[in-house]
Design a protein around this ligand. Structure first.
Ligand code: NAD
Ligand code: MG
Length: 299
């Protein structure tokens, strides 16, 4: 293959770090600022074009990973953005809020645990008050812990995965719905795990399949109200979720290697999908799942 001399062309293989990576265990939920190499959330690269001017977005898990990349992109496209995260992630969240404010947009951090219904209601109340409304809801927070054998999967572990990945989007969306005008969008972060589950992600994969059904059902329910509902199904992406127990550490060393691109995705590579799904130009896209998995997996 010839290398290009056109500086606007980028080879997706060499664009970002490839395995092997160092083992780097962190306690769940993990911090992006402790990762090696540092994930790219588009801090230095994402360029906005006013696609979301004046919009009001809430992104769960907006402190790090895919949610942070969406938060940065949304702010650069002209939206005000509130992010939710766990209190122990404040250091990551502070960086995101500073990046949002650097765009001249309003950025708000609303820390709290979404495995409690009362907090989910409080989260929406606070987001609506701070933003002066809401028209983009991104249910992106997620919990993933790899367990090799079903015999070692505790009820507490199963419950944490189901509460974070299924109950929380239900509670948050239910609380948000009365505030969402026609033209609003709801975006879910599902996974290739919905379609091609790994043997050690038995509980997680089921929740990501549930996220697909959430999108497909709710799009039918809310279509007549002018609210679009879509999802994103990422493949392996270099985020704290993976190094804090989402994968065993020996899999972190080889993370992303088996994809056709031979490396994990970076959060920045998914940001434009979240922008596209929120953009009113995509007005006929609802009930869809957009993939970004480096060449394998579904959809
Ligand atoms: P991440 O660790 O950066 O983000 C996950 C976020 O979830 C955390 O930052 C945390 O704020 C939030 N969270 C977890 N439990 C919570 C709780 N109880 N209360 C409040 N917030 C909580 O990792 P990420 O990979 O960017 O994850 C974002 C989404 O992407 C998740 O839904 C995940 O399932 C999905 N996903 C990730 C990958 C991947 O390879 N990284 C692949 C497919 C799907
Ligand atoms: Mg985080």
């Amino acid at each position: 293959m010839s290398e290009t001399s056109n500086s606007t062309l980028q080879n997706p293989i060499s664009k970002y770090p490839q395995p092997p990576f160092n083992k780097q265990p962190q306690q769940v939920p993990g911090l992006a600022l402790k990762m090696d190499p540092q994930p790219d959330h588009g801090e230095k690269t994402y360029k906005g074009a006013g696609r979301l001017a004046g919009r009001k977005a809430l992104i769960t898990g907006g402190d790090s990973g895919i949610g942070r990349a969406a938060a940065i992109a949304y702010a650069r496209e002209g939206a005000d953005v509130a992010i939710n995260y766990l209190p122990e992630e404040q250091a990551d969240a502070d960086e995101v809020i500073a990046l949002i404010e650097a765009e001249g947009r309003k950025g708000y951090g609303i820390p709290g645990d979404i495995t409690h219904e009362a907090f989910c209601q409080e989260l929406i109340a606070q987001a609506v008050e701070k933003l002066g409304g809401l028209d983009i809801l991104v249910n992106n927070a997620g919990h993933q812990q790899a367990v090799d054998s079903l015999l070692d999967l505790s009820s507490e572990g199963f419950d944490a995965t189901i509460k974070t990945n299924i109950y929380a989007p239900f509670w948050i969306t239910k609380a948000a719905l009365p505030h969402l005008p026609a033209g609003s969008v709801i975006i879910a972060t599902s996974s290739v795990q919905a379609y091609d589950p790994s043997e050690n992600l038995f509980d997680y994969a089921q929740t990501k399949a549930a996220n697909v059904a959430f999108v497909k059902s709710l799009a039918k329910q809310l279509g007549p109200k002018g609210i679009r509902v879509n999802g994103v199904a990422p493949g392996p992406v270099w985020t704290p979720l993976q190094v804090s127990g989402g994968q065993p550490q020996d899999k972190i060393e080889e993370f992303g290697k088996t994809t056709p691109l031979g490396r994990p995705g970076q959060p920045a590579e998914l940001a434009s999908i979240y922008v596209q799904l929120a953009d009113p130009n995509a007005s006929y896209s609802t009930g869809q799942i957009y993939g970004a998995a480096g060449g394998s997996g579904h959809p």
